[in-house]
Design a protein around this ligand. Structure first.
Ligand code: IMP
Length: 424
């Protein structure tokens, strides 16, 4: 397999965890390059269900697994997650944390929560502290994992960090001050468990490239949640798009790589923000139940809607998407017809591109194409390589809009539920 950047083509929750797990069996290293523990990448292996928030999914295939510089590392969650995978019988020995990555502290979560509660127009964040951690990073007052390599220096920095929180931020956000002695002690315990994984990844990066190893960049969230290109302000605080993979990981732009977009056969969105193809409440509930559309991180109910090929076309262009993996096609089985959004109309006129003005998205009317549905039997046949005409048409239309080839279809939650259209 080629070097690959794997990204979500919608608002996250496309099934990236499972796809990266399958793809990572064929690569040497997997790198998470943005976001943090707001992600929830679910992998089902036999009877085991593992949900990864920070660890690169390649860890479950024993691949070199790197947490890149643009990930905001929740050290509390990371320790829990390492314990979780060990309980499931996996090892963290191949984990590397870039020493340039920033630490997300419990206080970032407190601030995220407080800000969200105070907002009149809620953003619907995952309350994982993502926004506040990136604010500290770009405000140049963050603490990086590199600081964990020097015990005394780390202790001094977190001491100063919590002093600032107690002196200014706690009052400003109307939250309780934090017990400094306990905070420092707790963070030092976490530091002692994690510092062995922290290193300057430039040496590892050079080695991977010199030895012609294959790298998979594992994106989190989805294109429409990108800080610049998503439905701002209802977005996350990092760049989720493929071009950012190199910046967020410290790997130079490679001469040979492909972008693989993960696209759910319908659309979901969790949290707030516009959602043009959202179903009516009753239909929404049916699809949510069938697809088990509840957040892997927060357990929140995801809203459901038809496949939005107009938005997907925008995502495909931005990412230079070469290939697609369509997930959850089985969930749409046994509907007589399915709808696909092929354009947006505003005041009677068709839009030429996905609008930057998020308010406009609340006013547009989606243009739908109604297509024939498929049955559960058709899904069983897919696994034998027999493609029903309706499925073929659905694939063809998606490929026409995106200019990307569908390389795989996912027909269920397990590692085995994959139909390969192309060999990997
Ligand atoms: P934050 O990233 O927690 O700040 O949340 C900002 C927005 O991104 C909210 O609408 C969240 O629901 C959404 N979001 C963040 N991470 C994910 C994800 O992994 N899947 C789906 N939505 C997400």
């Amino acid at each position: 397999m080629k070097n690959s950047i794997v990204i979500g083509m919608q608002w996250g929750d496309e099934g990236k965890g499972k796809c990266v797990d399958v793809l990572s069996s064929k690569v040497d290293a997997v790198i998470r390059y943005q976001g943090g523990a707001n992600a929830g990448h679910t992998v089902i292996i036999g009877k085991k269900k593992v949900i990864l928030h920070l660890l690169p999914t390649g860890i479950l295939q024993n691949k070199i697994s790197i947490i890149g510089n643009d990930v905001v590392v929740d050290i509390e969650d990371l320790v829990n997650e390492i314990n979780q995978i060990k309980k499931h019988g996996f090892s963290a020995k191949n984990l590397i944390i870039s020493s340039r990555s920033h630490i997300l502290f419990p206080t970032h979560k407190i601030i995220d929560n407080a800000k969200e509660q105070k907002r009149k127009n809620k953003l619907g964040t995952t309350k994982s502290g993502i926004g506040p951690a990136y604010i500290d990073k770009y405000g140049r007052k963050g603490i990086r994992t590199a600081d964990m390599l020097n015990k005394k220096q780390f202790e001094e920095k977190i001491s100063a960090f919590i002093n600032l929180f107690n002196k200014y931020e706690a009052d400003y956000y109307g939250v309780k001050k934090v017990n400094k002695v306990k905070f420092v002690k707790d963070m030092m315990i976490l530091r002692n468990k994690l510092h062995k994984y922290v290193m300057d990844i430039s040496i590892v990066a050079k080695d991977l490239i010199d030895k012609n190893k294959t790298i998979l960049f594992e994106g989190a969230q989805g294109v429409l949640l990108d800080i610049d290109f998503g439905t701002y302000p209802f977005v996350t605080s990092s760049h989720t798009i493929a071009p950012y993979a190199f910046c967020g990981s410290g790997i130079p732009v490679l001469s040979d790589y492909q972008v693989i977009g993960i696209l759910k056969a319908y659309t979901t969105r969790v949290g707030k923000g516009p959602f043009p193809t959202r179903l009516t409440d009753r239909e929404d509930q049916v699809l949510r139940k069938k697809g088990n559309e509840f957040g892997a991180k927060t357990g929140r109910a995801r809203n459901c809607g038809w496949l939005d090929l107009f938005a997907t076309k925008y995502a495909a262009f931005l990412n230079g998407t070469d290939k697609l993996i369509m997930t959850k096609i089985d969930i749409l089985a046994d509907m007589d017809t399915v709808k696909v959004c092929t354009g947006y109309r505003l005041n009677g006129k068709l839009l030429r591109s996905f609008p930057a003005d998020t308010d406009m998205l609340d006013k547009i009317k989606p243009v739908y194409k109604t297509m024939n549905g498929w049955s559960k039997k058709d899904i069983d046949n897919l696994k034998k390589g027999i493609f029903a005409k309706s499925i073929k048409d659905y694939i063809k239309l998606t490929e026409k809009f995106t200019g990307a080839k569908i390389m795989m279809l996912s027909t269920g939650p397990s590692r085995k539920d994959i139909v390969f259209i192309e060999k990997i």
